[in-house]
Design a protein around this ligand. Sequence first.
Ligand code: HEM
Length: 119
Amino acid sequence: ADDSLYNELGGSAGIRRVVADLVPALQADARINATFDGVDMERLAAKLEEQFCEVSGGPCKYSGKDMTTIHEDLKVSRAQFNALVEDLQAAMRRNDVPSRTQNRLLARLAPMHREVVTK
Ligand code: HEM
């Protein structure tokens, strides 16, 4: 398996740093934070770490709920999806992830709009 993206992200420690930075940024982002009211953000962070690890070719298996089920009642718009992507990009930038690496991860997450955006 190609784990080059996982390694570029700094492996599990690098991914953990980015997610730990992303989660409070989502809660601070007025475009999307209402959606996260009452959500167990520790669980969310743990599942995001697993998912980014698997998607980047690392040695993890995502154990969360499937993307359609988890997001189907949230009424997420395309603009809100883009807002989250922007927040993730900023979190990677703050943690010195090279822009080429940022773009590689974002390209693997972008198709998930089909499962996440329902409005
Ligand atoms: C590429 C984009 C996205 C990815 C990779 C993603 C990934 C995830 C993951 C892994 C979980 C945890 C699943 C679990 O607990 O089993 C989750 C939950 C959640 N996501 Fe997303 N998500 C994305 C976009 C969004 C957007 C744009 C919003 C809202 C603006 C959103 C709102 C939520 C909420 C509120 C939960 C918690 C739901 C609950 O616990 O009931 N997500 N997401």
